[in-house]
Ligand binder design. Structure first.
Ligand SMILES: NCc1[nH]cc(CCC(=O)O)c1CC(=O)O
Length: 313
């Protein structure tokens, strides 16, 4: 495939600072892998429903693919050639005609606990207010600390820090990966939360690149930057998520890690109000991740029983 300034490879992405950083990282890896100049690529920011509607909780806007639909549409109609995504925002299945199996090396998957003073989650005073728009984080926080109040908190890193300064909440959570990709790892007063204390979202910290099925030039281009290990981990986590049929309305957490040459998966489901959590850890051969994830999801669903994810009134 010949890429030139006249016919650059168009990389679709959301327009947020984090999304753009991920698109640039992808471009830089493609430049290095294929010895191509910057002018062989064009970054194309695309506004999604999730970006447009910022005044309502995500779960109210509803539906899967809030941050991806418009981008996938452009990919299907040829407006862009590839799309770069935060894998944790990706539905477990892609629209017909698209495939998402190229991953960059995963960043730190942990959540970071953020306060103006940089204090640790365990030191948060009784009755404090925590801001988050993530159902998973809300349920996990309330499960561990029923004394806390959780308020809705949307917006980018700067907006959230401003809200802390304005006293809207005393603390919030952000993904470590996002902060370091933004180069803000040291600017933001944060404490990484151990994964055993707060299990991350499925695929947190991983970047995925989506393409059209059957475009062999692009297949070859992307194969050179695919990170196999991340692929093995995400196979387990994404099978777990797919079997649970999760959406942004279901508090689900999952993390796969390598351990002594095997793959260890921890999965967790919570009631939205944080009154109950069910989880387990299992080990399997690295190539059996998808089966491990599926089986774990089925066991957790059975233990949870019907109505587990319903909001209690
Ligand atoms: N839902 C928004 C979103 N999607 C991916 C990340 C962080 C980066 C990542 O997990 O790869 C974030 C922000 C956050 O949770 O702090």
């Amino acid at each position: 495939m010949t890429l030139s300034p006249d016919r650059p490879l168009r990389i679709g992405t959301r327009g947020s600072p984090l999304a753009l950083a991920q698109a640039y990282e992808t471009r830089d890896r493609l430049m290095a892998a294929h010895d191509l100049p910057e002018t062989a690529f064009a970054i194309v920011p695309i506004r999604t429903t999730g970006d447009r509607v910022i005044d309502r909780p995500l779960k109210e806007i509803g539906g899967k693919g809030l941050f991806t639909r418009e981008i996938e549409q452009q990919l299907l109609t040829g407006g862009i050639d590839i799309a770069v995504h935060s894998m944790k925002d990706m539905p477990s299945e892609q629209p017909a005609g698209l495939v998402l199996d190229t991953y960059l090396p995963r960043e730190d998957p942990r959540d970071a606990f953020v306060t103006l003073a940089g204090s640790a989650f365990d030191d948060l005073p009784q009755g404090s207010v925590v801001g988050t728009s993530s159902l998973r984080r809300r349920a996990q926080v309330l499960y561990k600390r029923p004394d806390l109040t959780v308020v809705e908190f949307r917006g980018n890193v700067q907006t959230r820090l401003k809200k802390l300064e304005d006293g809207v909440a005393g603390a919030t959570f952000l993904a470590c990966a996002g902060l370091s990709r933004l180069g803000m790892g040291d600017e933001v007063p944060r404490q990484p939360v151990p994964v055993r204390s707060m299990l991350p979202a499925v695929a947190q910290g991983a970047i995925g690149i989506e393409r059209r099925i059957g475009d062999e030039d692009i297949d070859r281009l992307l194969a050179a930057i695919h990170h196999e290990e991340t692929g093995l981990l995400l196979a387990a986590e994404r099978a777990f998520l797919a079997t649970l049929d999760g959406s942004c309305e279901t508090p689900i957490a999952g993390l796969a890690e390598f351990e002594d040459g095997a793959l260890r998966l921890t999965g967790e489901v919570l009631r939205p109000d944080g009154s109950e959590a069910i989880g387990e850890t299992q080990v399997a051969p690295v190539e059996d991740g998808a089966e491990l994830g599926r089986a774990m999801a089925l066991r957790l669903l059975e233990q949870a029983g019907p109505g587990f994810f319903d909001w209690r009134t």
